[in-house]
Design a binder for this molecule. Sequence first.
Ligand SMILES: CCCCCCCCCC(=O)SCCNC(=O)CCNC(=O)[C@H](O)C(C)(C)COP(=O)(O)OP(=O)(O)OC[C@H]1O[C@@H](n2cnc3c(N)ncnc32)[C@H](O)[C@@H]1OP(=O)(O)O
Length: 234
Amino acid sequence: MDGCLHCVFTWQKACSIFHTQGWKHLRRSFSTEKVIHKDHSLPNPSWSKDLRLLFDQFMKKCEDGSWKHLPSSECKVPQRIHSFKTYFLDSKPVKEDQLSQARPFTRSYEVGQGFEYAMFYNEDEKRTVCLFQGGPYLEGPPGFLHGGALATMIDTTLGVCTISCMGLFMTANLNINFKSPIPLCSVVVISSQLDKVEGRKVFVSCNVRSVDEKTLHSDATGLFIKLDPEKSLT
Ligand SMILES: CCCCCCCCCC(=O)SCCNC(=O)CCNC(=O)[C@H](O)C(C)(C)COP(=O)(O)OP(=O)(O)OC[C@H]1O[C@@H](n2cnc3c(N)ncnc32)[C@H](O)[C@@H]1OP(=O)(O)O
C-alpha cells in the first residue's frame, strides 16, 4: 500500500516541480534527502460542519486499517525518479516566467475559496472517496457549482483510484452525467471504484451524492492509460 501511495504522491510532486521549475530542478529535488510539504487535506476554519463530520467519520474508519487518509503531499524521498526522467526528458521547455506562477490546480485557491477536499482510499475494495466542498470562486450557474469544477474533482478522484495499479497514468476519457446541480459551498461525497484493468487501460467509475445520500448529483466513468516509457508525451 505504501508503495502505491508513494507512487501517486511522487507523481503529483514531480509534476508540480517539473512544471514550476523544470527538469533540472526536478532532478536536483529528487536527489535531496527530505522534503516537507503542508498537508492541505486536513480540516481548516473554512470547512463546514458537514465536511468536518464526514472527515471525522472516515478518520474513524482508518483506525482498523481498512481505509487510509491520503495527505495532499508526500514527505518521503521518491525512489522512482528514473520513471519521470523517461517521461519528462523530451518535454518541451516552457517559459520560466510562466512556470513561476504554476501550481497544482485543485490547491491553487485561497483557503475556503476553491477546492476544499479530503480523500480516503480502501485498497482491498479498490475504492476512493473524496469529501468535497466547492467554495465561492467555483460558481457556475448563480448559486451553484460550476460543472467544470466538479469534473476536475471527479478526474482527480478517479485518478487517485488508479493508484492500486503501479505506474504513471493520464486521463484518456472522462464521461460525466450531470443530474442535479450542487449548491455552492455545500459538501458532496464522490465515491469511486476501480472496475477493470485491461493491459495499460484502467476503467474507473464514480457517483457524486449529497451528504444525506438522498440526491444523486452526478455519475461518471473514466479511462486512464498507463504511460508507455517508449513514447514521449510531447
Ligand atoms: C494525486 C495524484 C493523482 C492526481 C490525479 C490527477 C487527475 C488529473 C489527470 C489529468 O488531468 S491528466 C491530463 C489530461 N489528460 C491528458 O492530457 C492525456 C492526453 N492524452 C495522451 O497523452 C495520450 O492519448 C495517452 C497517454 C492518454 C495515451 O496515449 P498512448 O499513445 O500511450 O496510448 P495508445 O494510443 O497507444 O492507446 C493505448 C490503448 O488505449 C486506448 N485509448 C487511448 N486513448 C483512448 C481514448 N481517449 N478513449 C478510448 N480508448 C483510448 C487505445 O485504443 C489503446 O487500446 P488498445 O490497447 O486496446 O489498442
